[in-house]
Write a new protein. Structure first.
Length: 162
């Protein structure tokens, strides 16, 4: 059986892949995730998903490699990972009562043939009315500093959304 490589540092992606009960290895890609000038959000997600997988083609010449990325979009602007608690609070306050679009990309790359399939899915998320108190309770139980838009819907992150 060929190696399956998850090119990601995301604990959520690891947990998701573990549900399939197939062996895989995790390798963390070191790439620049900043958008290029005038790059559209969907193009960014597709590019990053591919680049995260492609960086390991030479390291694993006979493997199937999965790369993935997700970004939030509000008012046609890319929403980054908050990286600080202060930024997470600001993001969540700005989302209160609004619909936010998340674009999730995934790439499956066959390193032997160099063929890949890259797809992006749009997910619309409607946030509840969020008070500072509700946001603080949420942030006390969910680590979202490396999550696009300060939300992880696979955990208690479902709490701030409708």
């Amino acid at each position: 059986m060929r190696k399956l490589i998850l090119a990601s540092s995301s604990p959520s992606r690891k947990e998701l892949l573990e549900r399939f009960k197939i062996p895989f290895e995790i390798h963390i890609p070191d790439i620049d995730e900043n958008p290029k000038v005038n790059e559209k959000p969907a193009d960014l997600v597709l590019r990053l998903s591919y680049e995260k997988a492609a960086i390991f083609v030479d390291t694993f010449p006979d493997a199937l490699i999965i790369g993935s990325d997700i970004v939030g979009v509000m008012d046609n602007q890319i929403i980054n990972k908050p990286e600080t608690r202060e930024n997470a609070v600001k993001q969540l306050l700005s989302f209160s009562g609004r619909k936010i679009e998340f674009l999730a990309g995934v790439c499956l790359l066959d390193s032997k043939t160099k063929k890949s399939q890259v797809e992006v899915e749009k997910i619309e998320v409607v946030f509840r009315e969020l008070s500072l108190e509700r946001i603080e309770r949420y942030l006390a139980v969910e680590n979202v500093l490396n999550a696009a838009g300060s939300v992880k819907v696979e955990g208690v992150g479902i709490a701030p959304v409708r």
